[in-house]
Design a protein around this ligand. Structure first.
Ligand code: GDP
Ligand code: IMO
Ligand code: MG
Length: 433
C-alpha cells in the first residue's frame, strides 16, 4: 500500500515541488489534492525551471499518471497556459487527468477576491487574488461549477445562468461593481472546455486501481499546515485543507490507504501575506535570509517574511498531520551564519507556552524563546551524505529532528533534484530503491 502524502508543514513554499519532482520518479500516480493556482511549486530538472500552479509535479515523467484531484479549484486559463508551457518544452500532458468533481474558478471569483480584500482594509488577508476564498465558499454553499459540468454544454449553461444571476446581484448591490455577461462567460468557458474535456475523468477509480495493484501513489500537498482554515492562523489562512486529512478527501481515497505522511519543513520559516508568526525576524538577519534565499513568492513575487525555525509550530504540525517522515529543505541557505537559532517555546507575559495557540490574538503577543547553536562555514550544496555534512549542520538537523518528533528522511541542500541527501530511505514506502 505505498501511498505517500507530501505535506507543507509550515506556511507554504517549503519546497514541496522539489520533493515531489524527486519522489515522482518512482510513482505511478501523482495527485494534487488541494488549493488552486495560489500554489506555486518550483521544479528544477533537466527540462528547465518551472513554477507549476496546478499541474502535479510528476508531469516530467511520461509513465506517471498525473491527476488534479476533486479537492483542487481550477482556473482553466491558468491550467491551459501551464499545459502550453509544458508542451512547448517538449513535456507531454497526455498523462494529465482532471477530476470531474473539481470546482472551477470563475471570473466572478477573481473579482470577489479583490473586492473582499479591499473591503477588509487594514485586516486584509493578503490573498494571492486568485479567487480561492470565493471559489471554496461557493463549493460549500453548493453554488460551485465543477469540471464535470463542462462535459455537457446544456447542463453547464443552466447551472451558470442560475449562479451568475445571484453573483451579479452580489457584485452590483453589495460592491457596486459591474455585472458579468452570461454570454461572455459562457462562450469563454466553452472554449476552455474544448481543451479540458479530453482530460476530465472520474479520477478516484484511477487512483484506486493503482492502489489495488500496489503501485506507488504520491499525494502532492499545496500551501502549508499553518494556512489550514481549521488549524492555521485563522483568519489569516487559505480556504482548502493542506493537511494529511485533506489529502484523503481532496484525492478521494480512504485515510486507511495512506501509508506515510511526509512533512516538508524549511530549515527556517517564511510566510507571505498577512498574519503573525512569532519567530519572524524584522532585522538584518531576516533580510539576510530573504536575500540569500531569494525569498519572494513564486505566484505573486511578494517578499516573504523570514524567521528562525519554529519548533513549537513544527511539533503542532507533526501532531495534526501525523507525520511519520520529514524532509528538511534549504539547509544551504543557512551556510555561513555564525550561529543558528531554533524557537523552542513562546513566552506570553510570565507564562511559557509549549503548544501552538489556536487564537491569533494570543499568537501575536507571543515572544520566541530561542536555543542557539553554532553555525557552519563550509557550504553544504554539494554534500550528498549525511556524514559528510559539517558537524554543526548535522547537530542542527539532529536537534530539529528531536523537536519535530519525527524521523528526517530527506535533507535538501539546493533546488535541483540531485542536491538531496537521502538520510533514511523511504524503502518501506516503495519510494527509494
Ligand atoms: P513549494 O510551494 O513548497 O513547492 O515551494 P516553492 O517552490 O514556492 O519555494 C521553494 C523555493 O526553494 C523554490 O525556489 C525552490 O526551487 C527552492 N528550493 C527547494 N529546495 C531547496 C533547497 O534545498 N535549497 C535551495 N537553495 N532552494 C531550494
Ligand atoms: P504553495 O503551495 C505560500 C497564502 C497567501 C495568503 C493566504 C490566503 O506554493 O506552498 P489565498 O490566495 O489562498 O486565499 O491566500 O495564503 N498562500 C500561500 N503562501 N505558499 C502557498 O502555496 C500559498 N497559497 C496561499 O499568501 O497569506
Ligand atoms: Mg510555493
Amino acid at each position: 500500500m505505498p501511498v505517500l502524502a507530501v505535506i507543507g508543514a509550515q506556511w507554504g513554499d517549503e519546497g514541496k515541488g522539489k520533493v515531489v519532482d524527486m519522489l515522482a520518479e518512482r510513482a505511478k500516480v501523482v495527485v494534487r489534492f488541494s488549493g488552486g493556482d495560489n500554489a506555486g511549486h518550483t521544479v528544477i530538472n533537466r527540462y528547465g525551471k518551472f513554477g507549476l500552479h496546478l499541474v502535479p509535479c510528476g508531469i516530467f515523467y511520461p509513465e506517471t499518471t498525473c491527476i488534479i484531484g476533486n479537492g483542487v479549484a481550477i482556473n482553466p486559463a491558468t491550467l491551459l497556459s501551464e499545459i502550453d508551457l509544458l508542451n512547448n518544452h517538449g513535456i507531454s500532458t497526455g498523462n494529465l487527468f482532471i477530476s470531474d468533481r473539481a470546482n472551477l474558478i470563475m471570473p466572478y471569483h477573481l473579482l470577489l477576491d479583490k473586492l473582499e480584500e479591499e473591503s477588509r482594509g487594514d485586516n486584509a488577508i493578503g490573498t494571492t487574488l486568485r479567487g480561492i476564498g470565493p471559489v471554496y465558499a461557493d463549493k460549500v454553499a453548493r453554488r460551485g461549477i465543477r469540471a464535470g459540468d463542462l462535459l455537457d454544454e446544456k447542463v453547464f449553461l443552466e447551472r451558470l445562468k442560475l449562479i451568475l444571476e445571484y453573483k451579479n446581484v452580489v457584485l452590483t448591490k453589495v460592491y457596486g461593481a459591474a455585472p458579468l455577461s452570461l454570454d461572455d462567460v459562457y462562450s469563454q468557458y466553452c472554449r476552455y472546455a474544448e481543451r479540458m474535456v479530453p482530460h476530465i475523468r472520474e479520477t478516484t477509480v484511477m487512483i484506486d486501481k493503482a492502489i489495488q495493484r500496489n503501485q506507488p501513489v504520491l499525494l502532492e500537498g499545496a500551501q502549508g499546515t499553518l494556512l489550514d482554515p481549521d488549524f492555521g492562523t485563522y483568519p489569516y489562512a487559505t480556504s482548502s485543507s493542506p493537511l494529511a486529512g485533506g489529502a484523503s478527501i481532496g484525492a478521494g481515497i480512504g485515510p486507511t490507504k495512506i501509508d506515510a505522511v511526509l512533512g516538508v519543513f524549511k530549515a527556517y520559516v517564511t510566510r507571505v501575506g498577512a498574519g503573525p508568526f512569532p519567530s519572524e525576524l524584522k532585522d538584518k538577519v531576516g533580510d539576510s535570509i530573504r536575500e540569500r534565499g531569494h525569498e519572494f513568492g513564486t505566484t505573486t513575487g511578494r517578499p516573504r517574511s523570514c524567521g528562525w525555525f519554529d519548533a513549537v509550530a513544527a511539533r503542532f504540525s507533526t501532531r495534526i498531520n501525523g507525520f511519520n517522515a520529514a524532509a528538511i529543505t534549504r539547509l544551504d541557505i543557512l551556510d555561513g551564519f555564525p550561529s543558528v537559532k531554533i524557537c523552542t517555546g513562546y513566552r506570553l507575559g510570565k507564562d511559557k507556552l509549549d503548544d501552538f495557540p489556536s487564537r491569533i490574538d494570543i499568537l501575536e503577543k507571543c515572544q520566541p524563546v530561542y536555543e542557539e547553536l553554532p553555525g557552519w562555514k563550509t557550504p553544504v550544496g554539494d554534500v550528498r551524505e549525511f556524514n559528510h555534512l559539517p558537524a554543526e549542520a548535522r547537530q542542527y538537523v539532529t536537534r530539529l529532528e528531536e523537536f519535530i518528533d519525527c524521523p528526517v528522511n530527506i535533507i535538501s541542500v539546493g533546488p535541483s533534484r540531485e542536491q538531496t541527501i537521502e538520510v533514511k530511505p523511504l524503502v518501506r514506502h516503495g519510494f527509494f530503491p
